[in-house]
Ligand binder design. Structure first.
Ligand SMILES: [Fe+2]
Length: 385
């Protein structure tokens, strides 16, 4: 729905990768590797995923398809540039010709980085920024195992510069995976805290994309659907972890949010969360959840109609009383047991000047609906402490 006819006339592009959605999707990994004309892939994952009961199915599927694979699982949460460079070394040594990423946003972002480094033969941090990747990576097939990051459909990779303790955003069409195999089965083994944090990441993607100054009629469709799905399914998935219907809905919410933000980009929530995450390595979804209500409070006057739409989509608050959108978002995250403030994550108010400088320089800030000053971002951080 366009607010006005003129809105639909604004020049916008929309890019989406191929994806397969539904039960059994991950079993297609071997077949899709062959479809891309390769028989030798680097399987990028994290140490926790390797122990999951369903992971063996993926490995067996590769073996049955006659695909040779080399495991690279030295990936930490908030993947570091050194892990990307080490992975690129393993990729070259094993003569790989494609990458299969199985995991959450960290494993997928690391896999994207390995692909970029392998094609362009330079350090991953040299590609930081927007449209700075000259050559696309090798074929990249993703099996996401969380419902939130949408790294499996987005043109974003966030890599930690471990020396400077900051996050580098790499944004390029070259980072969009070739295919994503979205299967709800891996979600049933997610711990509750990962379920709710990644779900709040998806909700933040959808809200930021909807109020972004680069939104379009097409991204609006996906953003609105994502908000509706996320607020209905996240509490269900948190309380009934083995419910495949609820898990599928959270995965669909994440997919819709990913299609929205990959094209409309994000805003101050992500810019500020990247700054905190770079310093303290806390969960990305948790950082977003703690900042979202405060950024909405700040942004609201600049996008009141859009936030009004979001209020209507979210529906009445849990207690039935009328609440402002920031209050509603606060109650929603508390209902998922995400309590507290940034202070409890290890961050310190004394760091605010550094956080502000980094948030202001983050590419996500460019599409925030309100153009902030440093002092204003400092005030938003103070509110979140
Ligand atoms: Fe995010």
């Amino acid at each position: 729905m366009c607010d006005t006819v003129d809105d639909c006339r604004v020049l916008r592009k929309f890019f989406a990768p191929e994806f397969v959605f539904g039960e059994g999707a991950m079993r297609l990994a071997g077949q899709y590797v062959l479809n891309f004309g390769t028989r030798n892939v680097l399987l990028v994952t994290d140490p926790g995923i390797r122990t999951m009961p369903w992971f063996e199915e993926i490995c067996t599927g590769l073996d049955d398809a006659g695909v040779a694979w080399t495991l690279y699982s030295a990936v930490s949460p908030n993947p570091r540039s050194g892990e990307v460079m080490a992975g690129a070394g393993v990729y070259a040594d094993a003569g790989c010709r494609g990458i299969l990423a199985v995991g959450g946003g960290s494993a997928i972002d690391c896999a994207k980085g390995i692909g970029v480094v392998s094609s362009n033969q330079d350090h991953i941090l040299t590609f930081e920024g927007v449209d700075r990747v000259p050559l696309p990576g090798p074929p990249l097939i993703c099996v996401p195992t969380t419902a939130g990051s949408a790294a499996d459909v987005s043109q974003f990779a966030i890599i930690t510069d471990e020396r400077a303790r900051r996050k580098a955003a790499i944004i390029s069409k070259a980072l969009v995976p070739d295919i994503s195999l979205l299967d709800p089965l891996p979600l049933v083994t997610l711990p509750r805290e990962v379920t709710v944090a990644s779900g709040m990441d998806a909700l933040s993607h959808a809200i930021e994309a909807y109020v972004s100054n680069a939104s379009s009629a097409m991204t609006d469709l996906h953003a609105r659907t994502a908000i509706d799905l996320a607020v209905r399914s996240l509490p269900l998935a948190a309380s009934r972890p083995a419910d495949l219907d609820a898990r599928s809905m959270t995965m669909l919410a994440s997919l819709h949010a990913g299609l929205a933000f990959s094209n409309a980009s994000l805003g101050a929530v992500h810019a500020m969360a990247h700054a905190v995450g770079g310093l303290h390595g806390l969960s990305h979804g948790l950082a977003n959840a703690l900042l979202l209500e405060h950024v909405v409070t700040y942004n609201y006057p600049a996008a009141a109609e859009r936030y009004g739409d979001i209020e209507r989509i979210m529906g009445p608050c849990g207690d039935g009383d009328t609440h402002s959108l920031p209050e509603h978002l606060h109650e929603f995250r508390c209902s998922l047991d995400i309590h507290g403030t940034l202070r409890e994550t290890g961050a310190a108010p004394a760091e605010i000047p550094l956080l502000v400088r980094r948030a202001m320089a983050d590419p996500c800030m460019v599409t925030n609906p309100r153009r902030p000053t440093e002092d204003e971002i400092a005030e938003v951080y103070e509110a979140a402490f």
